[in-house]
Each structure stands twice: as C-alpha cells, then as structure tokens.
Design a protein around this ligand. Structure first.
Ligand code: CA
Length: 234
C-alpha cells in the first residue's frame, strides 16, 4: 500500500484537503470553510472510506474526526502513518477527550481542535499546518500589524494588540483574505462556531472597533457597499 506525497510545492498549486467527519452538518461546514479558504476538498464519512481516498494520495492536509463509523480516527491515523503518508493531520476531538488527543498526537497527528470550534480557528490551524509543511512561518501581516496564526496573537510594531475574542476572529477572517472583499455573511459564519447566533449589526460594531485599533498600524477596513469589507494597507 503506497501513499504518494506532494513534496516541493510550486505555485500555482492547489492545496488538497481531506475532511473525515461523519456528522453531515459539520462535514458541510468544514467543506465550505476549506473551499472559501481556496483549498480543494474531498470528504469521507467513515474511516474505511478515508483510508481508501488516502491511498489515492495527493492530500496536503487531513481533518480527522476521531469518533467515526467502521474504523475510528485513531486507527485511520495509525494506518496512514504506518504506510508512510506524510500529509498534515488535524484531529477533531470531544471536549473531554484528553486521552484521545494524547494518543492522536503520539500516533503522528500534527495538531488538534476541540469541538465545538469556530470556523476562523479551524482555518487558522489549517493554514498554520500547511505553512509549516512548506517551511514558512505562520505569520500574516499588513502595515505594521503582524498576526501569529498559531498563537492567535496580534501585534502592532512589537506591541501586543488587545482584542476581544470576537474582534480577533473578525480580524483573522479579514487578514486571511487580505485584498479580497469579505461579505458580512462570511464574517457572521466565522463567528458562529456551531451554536451561537451573530447579527449583522454586531459585525458592524466589531469592524468599527477594529478600525480604531488598526488605524495606527496603517491598516484600513473599507466598507464595500452591498458587498462586504476589504482589509488592506491605507
Ligand atoms: Ca464523529
């Protein structure tokens, strides 16, 4: 059994993500998030299907739920690593799944997320893993603003920037799509996680606060009437 890897990435290069999740709603959200981030994604709803897709090779990242029908996520991880598959693996675990998390990391997972998580956080972790795989640093920047996608910390110059969790999620979503218009709906989605509701008015408030905080960094968030928001250098 062989698992071809995709080394030596050269642009233009489409990142391929395999989403292994048996909850159809969550699988759907994850798929939309990965596609919105510009990645190609495939889905598997159980462990056996995941392994059979992995055998075809070519995946850069695997988002792997641990509780799966037919074959659980830890077994999938054990088999794929045992067969030399080098794709980055982000495992999804239940809040009380400390033991699973440790086992997963021991078996070669690169990072984990505890359910429930926000889409913005998932995107940040995915991007960080993909960058790590390419030997880059997980830092995003604009003007004098720098953002560490792993530690989820923003700095202006070298000073830490104080942000609420929601401001941070909005900033993260805008930064990932720097120079592109992000719709209000996308921002709402990035904040929702999977349970809370966020209104369009709330988004306007977060954007307003962010503008004030980012002004000294030479970063602007422009309102594109009827379309959304655009983050860039002033
Ligand atoms: Ca599950």
């Amino acid at each position: 059994m062989r698992y071809p890897s995709r080394a030596n990435l050269q642009p233009p290069y489409t990142v391929r993500v395999l989403i292994v999740e048996d909850d159809p709603l969550l699988q759907d959200s994850l798929t939309r998030a990965m596609r919105a981030a510009g990645y190609a994604s495939d889905q598997a709803g159980d462990g056996e299907m995941a392994l059979s897709l992995l055998r075809g090779g070519g995946f850069d990242l695997v988002i792997l739920d641990l509780g799966l029908p037919k074959m659980d996520g830890l077994q999938v991880l054990r088999e794929m690593r045992g067969a030399g598959c080098l794709a980055a693996v982000l495992i999804l675990t239940a809040r009380d799944g400390v033991e699973d998390r440790v086992k997963g990391l021991d078996l070669g997972a690169d990072d984990y997320l505890t359910k429930p998580f926000s889409v913005a956080e998932l995107e940040a972790r995915a991007r960080a893993l993909l960058r790590r795989g390419q030997g880059g640093t997980p830092l995003l920047s604009c003007g004098t603003l720098a953002y560490d996608t792993v530690g989820r910390r923003a700095t202006l110059g070298n000073e830490p920037l104080e942000l609420s969790l929601r401001e941070l999620s909005v900033l993260e979503t805008l930064l990932f799509r720097q120079g592109k218009v992000v719709s209000k709906e996308q921002l709402i989605e990035s904040l929702c996680g999977y349970s809370e509701e966020v209104s369009g008015n709330a988004i306007e408030v977060y954007v307003h606060r962010l503008r004030k905080k980012l002004e000294p960094a030479g970063v602007s968030i422009r309102t594109m009437r009827g379309l959304g928001y655009l983050l860039g250098e002033q």
